[in-house]
Design a protein around this ligand. Sequence first.
Ligand code: C2E
Ligand code: CA
Ligand code: CA
Ligand code: CA
Length: 279
Amino acid sequence: AKENGKNKAVFCSSELKAAQNRETALSNDLYQAIEQGQLSLHYQPQVDGRTGEIVGLEALARWDHPQLGLISPGVFIPIAEKNGLINELGDWVLREACRQNKAWEMMGLGPMRISVNFSMVQFMAAGIVPRIAAVIQEFDLKPKTLVVEITESINVYDFTQIDQTVQDLKKLGVAISIDDFGTEYSSLDRLKNLPVDEIKIDKRFIDGLPKDVSSIGIIRAIIALAEIFDLELVAEGVETEEQLEFLLAAGCRVIQGYYFYPPLSAEAVGDLLRTIHEQ
Ligand code: C2E
Ligand code: CA
Ligand code: CA
Ligand code: CA
Protein backbone atom coordinates (compact mmCIF):
# COMPACT_ATOMS: atom_id res chain seq x y z
CA ALA A 1 0.00 0.00 0.00
CA LYS A 2 1.08 3.52 -0.62
CA GLU A 3 0.92 6.15 2.10
CA ASN A 4 0.00 9.57 0.79
CA GLY A 5 -0.34 11.35 4.09
CA LYS A 6 -2.65 10.85 6.99
CA ASN A 7 -6.04 10.12 5.49
CA LYS A 8 -5.01 8.95 2.10
CA ALA A 9 -3.49 5.55 2.71
CA VAL A 10 -4.50 3.30 -0.13
CA PHE A 11 -5.19 -0.23 1.05
CA CYS A 12 -5.67 -3.37 -0.89
CA SER A 13 -8.58 -5.39 0.44
CA SER A 14 -6.58 -7.97 2.41
CA GLU A 15 -4.76 -5.19 4.26
CA LEU A 16 -8.04 -3.48 4.96
CA LYS A 17 -9.41 -6.70 6.36
CA ALA A 18 -6.35 -7.20 8.57
CA ALA A 19 -6.71 -3.63 9.87
CA GLN A 20 -10.37 -4.25 10.67
CA ASN A 21 -9.49 -7.46 12.49
CA ARG A 22 -6.88 -5.66 14.55
CA GLU A 23 -9.39 -3.01 15.48
CA THR A 24 -11.98 -5.60 16.48
CA ALA A 25 -9.39 -7.41 18.62
CA LEU A 26 -8.35 -4.16 20.33
CA SER A 27 -11.97 -3.22 20.83
CA ASN A 28 -12.57 -6.52 22.64
CA ASP A 29 -9.39 -6.21 24.70
CA LEU A 30 -10.32 -2.72 25.82
CA TYR A 31 -13.18 -4.15 27.90
CA GLN A 32 -10.70 -5.81 30.24
CA ALA A 33 -8.14 -3.04 30.13
CA ILE A 34 -9.82 -0.88 32.75
CA GLU A 35 -10.65 -3.70 35.17
CA GLN A 36 -7.22 -5.26 34.86
CA GLY A 37 -5.40 -2.02 35.49
CA GLN A 38 -3.77 -1.77 32.07
CA LEU A 39 -4.62 1.91 31.76
CA SER A 40 -2.55 4.62 33.35
CA LEU A 41 -2.16 8.36 33.12
CA HIS A 42 0.89 10.34 32.20
CA TYR A 43 1.07 14.04 32.93
CA GLN A 44 2.65 16.66 30.71
CA PRO A 45 3.69 19.87 32.48
CA GLN A 46 2.51 23.24 31.18
CA VAL A 47 5.18 25.80 31.83
CA ASP A 48 5.44 29.54 32.11
CA GLY A 49 7.83 30.01 29.21
CA ARG A 50 9.52 33.00 30.77
CA THR A 51 10.24 31.62 34.21
CA GLY A 52 10.14 27.84 33.66
CA GLU A 53 7.59 27.53 36.46
CA ILE A 54 5.12 24.62 36.13
CA VAL A 55 1.63 26.11 36.04
CA GLY A 56 -0.41 23.02 35.15
CA LEU A 57 -0.44 19.42 34.00
CA GLU A 58 -2.36 17.69 31.23
CA ALA A 59 -3.42 14.12 31.99
CA LEU A 60 -2.89 11.81 29.00
CA ALA A 61 -4.18 8.24 28.94
CA ARG A 62 -1.86 5.29 28.26
CA TRP A 63 -2.76 1.68 27.56
CA ASP A 64 -0.16 -0.96 28.30
CA HIS A 65 -1.55 -3.93 26.38
CA PRO A 66 -0.38 -7.30 27.77
CA GLN A 67 0.73 -8.60 24.35
CA LEU A 68 1.11 -5.52 22.18
CA GLY A 69 2.76 -3.15 24.63
CA LEU A 70 1.99 0.56 24.71
CA ILE A 71 -0.92 1.66 22.53
CA SER A 72 -1.42 5.33 21.80
CA PRO A 73 -4.60 7.14 22.88
CA GLY A 74 -4.82 8.34 19.29
CA VAL A 75 -5.66 4.69 18.52
CA PHE A 76 -7.73 3.51 21.48
CA ILE A 77 -9.81 6.62 22.23
CA PRO A 78 -11.57 6.49 18.82
CA ILE A 79 -12.17 2.76 19.39
CA ALA A 80 -13.69 3.49 22.81
CA GLU A 81 -15.92 6.12 21.22
CA LYS A 82 -17.15 3.54 18.75
CA ASN A 83 -17.70 0.61 21.09
CA GLY A 84 -19.32 2.67 23.82
CA LEU A 85 -16.57 2.27 26.43
CA ILE A 86 -15.65 5.96 26.29
CA ASN A 87 -17.89 6.89 29.21
CA GLU A 88 -16.45 4.23 31.49
CA LEU A 89 -12.92 5.01 30.31
CA GLY A 90 -13.48 8.74 30.72
CA ASP A 91 -14.85 8.29 34.22
CA TRP A 92 -11.77 6.28 35.10
CA VAL A 93 -9.45 8.97 33.69
CA LEU A 94 -11.21 11.75 35.59
CA ARG A 95 -11.23 9.85 38.86
CA GLU A 96 -7.59 8.79 38.54
CA ALA A 97 -6.45 12.36 37.73
CA CYS A 98 -8.34 13.70 40.75
CA ARG A 99 -7.10 10.92 43.02
CA GLN A 100 -3.53 11.64 41.95
CA ASN A 101 -3.97 15.37 42.43
CA LYS A 102 -5.18 14.78 45.98
CA ALA A 103 -2.25 12.44 46.61
CA TRP A 104 0.19 15.14 45.47
CA GLU A 105 -1.60 17.68 47.63
CA MET A 106 -1.23 15.42 50.68
CA MET A 107 2.49 15.16 49.95
CA GLY A 108 2.70 18.93 50.04
CA LEU A 109 3.11 19.14 46.26
CA GLY A 110 -0.14 20.71 45.29
CA PRO A 111 -2.90 21.14 44.54
CA MET A 112 -1.95 21.37 40.90
CA ARG A 113 -4.08 22.57 38.04
CA ILE A 114 -4.84 19.41 36.05
CA SER A 115 -6.38 19.32 32.59
CA VAL A 116 -8.43 16.26 31.67
CA ASN A 117 -9.50 15.45 28.10
CA PHE A 118 -13.17 14.82 27.45
CA SER A 119 -14.25 13.26 24.22
CA MET A 120 -17.31 14.99 22.73
CA VAL A 121 -19.25 11.72 23.02
CA GLN A 122 -18.49 11.68 26.73
CA PHE A 123 -19.15 15.38 27.16
CA MET A 124 -22.58 14.99 25.56
CA ALA A 125 -23.55 11.99 27.73
CA ALA A 126 -26.39 12.43 30.18
CA GLY A 127 -25.33 13.17 33.75
CA ILE A 128 -21.80 14.29 32.94
CA VAL A 129 -21.95 17.39 35.16
CA PRO A 130 -23.17 15.59 38.32
CA ARG A 131 -20.52 12.92 37.74
CA ILE A 132 -17.77 15.53 37.57
CA ALA A 133 -19.20 17.21 40.68
CA ALA A 134 -19.23 13.89 42.54
CA VAL A 135 -15.57 13.16 41.78
CA ILE A 136 -14.46 16.64 42.85
CA GLN A 137 -16.38 16.15 46.07
CA GLU A 138 -15.07 12.62 46.64
CA PHE A 139 -11.48 13.89 46.65
CA ASP A 140 -12.29 17.20 48.27
CA LEU A 141 -10.64 19.23 45.53
CA LYS A 142 -11.11 22.87 44.73
CA PRO A 143 -13.17 22.91 41.51
CA LYS A 144 -10.88 25.41 39.84
CA THR A 145 -7.97 22.94 39.99
CA LEU A 146 -9.78 20.89 37.34
CA VAL A 147 -9.64 21.97 33.70
CA VAL A 148 -12.08 20.21 31.37
CA GLU A 149 -10.58 20.02 27.86
CA ILE A 150 -12.96 19.59 24.97
CA THR A 151 -12.33 19.56 21.24
CA GLU A 152 -15.04 21.04 19.13
CA SER A 153 -15.56 19.05 15.99
CA ILE A 154 -17.44 19.68 12.78
CA ASN A 155 -19.81 16.79 13.25
CA VAL A 156 -21.23 18.29 16.40
CA TYR A 157 -24.38 17.89 16.85
CA ASP A 158 -26.33 19.68 19.45
CA PHE A 159 -24.87 23.05 20.29
CA THR A 160 -27.61 23.90 22.75
CA GLN A 161 -26.72 20.91 24.87
CA ILE A 162 -22.99 21.63 24.73
CA ASP A 163 -23.60 25.23 25.73
CA GLN A 164 -25.81 24.13 28.63
CA THR A 165 -23.16 21.69 29.87
CA VAL A 166 -20.48 24.38 29.65
CA GLN A 167 -22.69 26.76 31.65
CA ASP A 168 -23.37 24.10 34.28
CA LEU A 169 -19.68 23.29 34.62
CA LYS A 170 -18.97 26.97 34.95
CA LYS A 171 -21.41 27.15 37.85
CA LEU A 172 -19.62 24.22 39.43
CA GLY A 173 -16.41 26.27 39.27
CA VAL A 174 -14.28 24.09 37.02
CA ALA A 175 -12.31 25.65 34.16
CA ILE A 176 -13.06 24.87 30.53
CA SER A 177 -10.49 24.71 27.76
CA ILE A 178 -10.98 24.39 24.00
CA ASP A 179 -8.37 22.01 22.65
CA ASP A 180 -6.92 22.22 19.11
CA PHE A 181 -8.51 25.64 18.74
CA GLY A 182 -8.94 26.74 15.14
CA THR A 183 -8.50 23.33 13.57
CA GLU A 184 -12.12 22.34 13.35
CA TYR A 185 -15.26 24.31 13.68
CA SER A 186 -15.06 27.01 16.32
CA SER A 187 -17.34 29.87 15.56
CA LEU A 188 -16.33 33.22 16.94
CA ASP A 189 -19.89 34.02 17.76
CA ARG A 190 -20.12 30.97 19.97
CA LEU A 191 -16.81 31.78 21.60
CA LYS A 192 -18.18 35.20 22.49
CA ASN A 193 -21.15 33.69 24.29
CA LEU A 194 -19.56 30.67 25.90
CA PRO A 195 -17.90 31.08 29.28
CA VAL A 196 -14.75 29.17 28.39
CA ASP A 197 -11.53 29.98 30.24
CA GLU A 198 -8.79 28.80 27.94
CA ILE A 199 -7.92 27.94 24.34
CA LYS A 200 -5.06 25.76 23.20
CA ILE A 201 -3.06 26.42 20.05
CA ASP A 202 -2.61 23.16 18.22
CA LYS A 203 0.75 21.65 17.41
CA ARG A 204 0.06 21.76 13.68
CA PHE A 205 0.30 25.58 13.81
CA ILE A 206 3.30 25.54 16.14
CA ASP A 207 5.08 23.21 13.70
CA GLY A 208 5.09 26.05 11.14
CA LEU A 209 7.05 28.37 13.44
CA PRO A 210 9.10 30.43 13.06
CA LYS A 211 8.84 30.62 9.23
CA ASP A 212 5.52 29.51 7.75
CA VAL A 213 3.51 32.62 6.94
CA SER A 214 0.05 31.13 7.29
CA SER A 215 0.86 29.43 10.62
CA ILE A 216 2.22 32.73 11.89
CA GLY A 217 -0.94 34.51 10.78
CA ILE A 218 -3.23 32.00 12.43
CA ILE A 219 -1.26 32.05 15.67
CA ARG A 220 -1.28 35.84 15.80
CA ALA A 221 -5.04 35.81 15.20
CA ILE A 222 -5.61 33.28 18.00
CA ILE A 223 -3.46 35.31 20.40
CA ALA A 224 -5.45 38.45 19.53
CA LEU A 225 -8.72 36.57 20.13
CA ALA A 226 -7.51 35.35 23.50
CA GLU A 227 -6.78 38.93 24.48
CA ILE A 228 -10.15 40.22 23.29
CA PHE A 229 -12.11 37.50 25.07
CA ASP A 230 -9.78 37.45 28.07
CA LEU A 231 -8.91 33.78 27.69
CA GLU A 232 -5.92 31.86 28.97
CA LEU A 233 -3.75 30.58 26.19
CA VAL A 234 -1.64 27.43 25.97
CA ALA A 235 0.65 26.58 23.05
CA GLU A 236 0.96 22.87 22.49
CA GLY A 237 3.71 20.81 20.87
CA VAL A 238 6.50 23.35 21.33
CA GLU A 239 9.75 21.56 20.55
CA THR A 240 12.36 24.18 19.73
CA GLU A 241 13.85 27.32 21.19
CA GLU A 242 12.87 29.27 18.04
CA GLN A 243 9.23 28.32 18.56
CA LEU A 244 9.42 29.32 22.23
CA GLU A 245 11.03 32.68 21.42
CA PHE A 246 8.44 33.42 18.77
CA LEU A 247 5.53 32.62 21.09
CA LEU A 248 6.89 34.64 24.00
CA ALA A 249 7.48 37.63 21.72
CA ALA A 250 3.97 37.27 20.26
CA GLY A 251 2.38 37.21 23.72
CA CYS A 252 1.74 33.53 24.43
CA ARG A 253 3.25 32.61 27.73
CA VAL A 254 2.07 29.13 28.72
CA ILE A 255 3.93 26.42 26.87
CA GLN A 256 3.37 22.68 26.66
CA GLY A 257 5.76 20.57 24.65
CA TYR A 258 8.87 18.45 24.46
CA TYR A 259 11.03 21.58 24.59
CA PHE A 260 10.30 21.65 28.33
CA TYR A 261 8.86 18.22 29.21
CA PRO A 262 7.31 15.18 27.54
CA PRO A 263 4.35 13.49 29.25
CA LEU A 264 5.75 11.95 32.47
CA SER A 265 4.65 9.16 34.78
CA ALA A 266 2.95 10.24 38.01
CA GLU A 267 6.06 9.17 39.88
CA ALA A 268 8.33 11.29 37.69
CA VAL A 269 6.03 14.30 38.14
CA GLY A 270 6.16 13.75 41.91
CA ASP A 271 9.96 13.73 41.79
CA LEU A 272 9.99 16.86 39.65
CA LEU A 273 7.59 18.77 41.92
CA ARG A 274 9.57 17.68 44.97
CA THR A 275 12.81 18.99 43.47
CA ILE A 276 11.13 22.31 42.75
CA HIS A 277 9.65 22.55 46.25
CA GLU A 278 13.03 21.82 47.83
CA GLN A 279 14.78 24.62 45.94
P1 C2E B 1 -4.13 16.22 22.71
O1 C2E B 1 -5.15 16.39 23.77
O2 C2E B 1 -4.01 17.27 21.68
O3 C2E B 1 -2.77 15.99 23.49
C1 C2E B 1 -1.52 16.43 23.05
C2 C2E B 1 -0.73 15.33 22.38
O4 C2E B 1 0.47 15.87 21.85
C3 C2E B 1 -0.30 14.21 23.33
O5 C2E B 1 -0.29 13.01 22.56
C4 C2E B 1 1.12 14.64 23.70
O6 C2E B 1 1.91 13.58 24.14
C5 C2E B 1 1.60 15.18 22.38
N1 C2E B 1 2.67 16.17 22.52
C6 C2E B 1 2.82 17.11 23.49
N2 C2E B 1 3.90 17.86 23.28
C7 C2E B 1 4.47 17.41 22.13
C8 C2E B 1 5.64 17.81 21.37
O7 C2E B 1 6.38 18.74 21.71
N3 C2E B 1 5.90 17.10 20.23
C9 C2E B 1 5.11 16.07 19.81
N4 C2E B 1 5.44 15.42 18.69
N5 C2E B 1 4.00 15.66 20.51
C10 C2E B 1 3.70 16.34 21.65
P2 C2E B 1 -0.93 11.66 23.13
O8 C2E B 1 -0.64 11.52 24.59
O9 C2E B 1 -0.50 10.56 22.21
O10 C2E B 1 -2.49 11.90 22.98
C11 C2E B 1 -3.09 11.98 21.72
C12 C2E B 1 -4.52 12.43 21.82
O11 C2E B 1 -5.34 11.43 22.44
C13 C2E B 1 -4.71 13.68 22.70
O12 C2E B 1 -4.39 14.82 21.94
C14 C2E B 1 -6.17 13.57 23.05
O13 C2E B 1 -6.98 14.08 22.01
C15 C2E B 1 -6.38 12.07 23.14
N6 C2E B 1 -6.36 11.66 24.56
C16 C2E B 1 -5.32 11.39 25.36
N7 C2E B 1 -5.73 11.04 26.60
C17 C2E B 1 -7.08 11.12 26.58
C18 C2E B 1 -8.11 10.90 27.56
O14 C2E B 1 -7.87 10.57 28.73
N8 C2E B 1 -9.41 11.07 27.15
C19 C2E B 1 -9.71 11.47 25.87
N9 C2E B 1 -11.01 11.62 25.54
N10 C2E B 1 -8.77 11.68 24.94
C20 C2E B 1 -7.47 11.52 25.29
CA1 CA C 1 -5.81 17.87 25.15
CA1 CA D 1 -4.37 19.46 21.42
CA1 CA E 1 11.34 8.17 42.08
